[in-house]
Design a protein around this ligand. Sequence first.
Ligand SMILES: [Zn+2]
Ligand SMILES: [Zn+2]
Length: 335
Amino acid sequence: MSIANTYSVPRAGANPEPRETTLPRLKAMDIEVGITYCGLCASDLHLADGDFGDMSVFPQVCGHEIVGTVRAVGSDKTERRVGERVGIGWQKGACFKCEACLAGEEQHCPEARLTCCSGEVGGFADIVRCDARFSYTVPEVISSAEAAPLLCAGHTTYTALMRHARPASRVGVLGIGGLGHLAVQFADKMGCDVTAISGSPAKAEEAYTHGADSFLDVQDAVQRARRTSSLDFLLVTTPSIEDWDAVFGLMRPHGVVCVAGMTEPATVDIVAMMERTLTLTTANAGSRNDMRDMLAFCARTGVRPVIEEMPMTDLDEAFERLRSGAVRYRAVLTI
Ligand SMILES: [Zn+2]
Ligand SMILES: [Zn+2]
């Protein structure tokens, strides 16, 4: 047994507060990591608000974009040594025996342990424990603060783009926030023609600096009409979509619309999709291989998140900033 100093959400909808939390025994394949940075993701807010049902266990300790230093290793020989810098993302364990695990798709393991769900103690704390096989070496050229958002926002957007986009693809990114500003950079570095799409024209300038080739104000019907049938792939990172027909109108025949944001339930016009033989799919966090590839890609190409660093003692303020949409573009809490 060991005690973590955590920032726990006492009940659904409340803000986090300091608390001592007992951690389970360090298992044979586990490591204990002394946390230095942890990013704040929209999923953390959903967990804090109880939106994901029994995935939240109160007091709920969120945080799944963790960077820190290995402090202890379990009794078996793990690949980790005390003192190494590692990152941890959305998933912290799997069975390593099922069909998904054997196929290198651990994110679909029925026994997946998610880093801050179902009673697991997440990264808004001074220490965290995870299966060593779900810890990742952070390339030296990436700072710990910048690495944190890559471990969920980067992992998710990179995996979706690698699956659906090719260098010649015309890619749209709807929503230029924590996920979107990374997706624009990834798609640009992959060689795609990138359209940043947002309802905030003020974000155009920065979208260009992230590598966008063009900007579309999604509220502007004239601009939208000009871009009819212009995209092969659209990554949706917004929390909701008001007009699915407008989204489908942007797609070329056989286009793929991939929802990566935690969007609300939706009804879509299947016939409108049939007219262009469109595919509607979703993005989840990727596999361990996707994570390693993504970190190497960022090290090589210079993809980095734009972050706001805040002390973890101000986590409640960070929650409020994220709720109000004020964060540009990812909040990272430091111990
Ligand atoms: Zn996340
Ligand atoms: Zn499995």
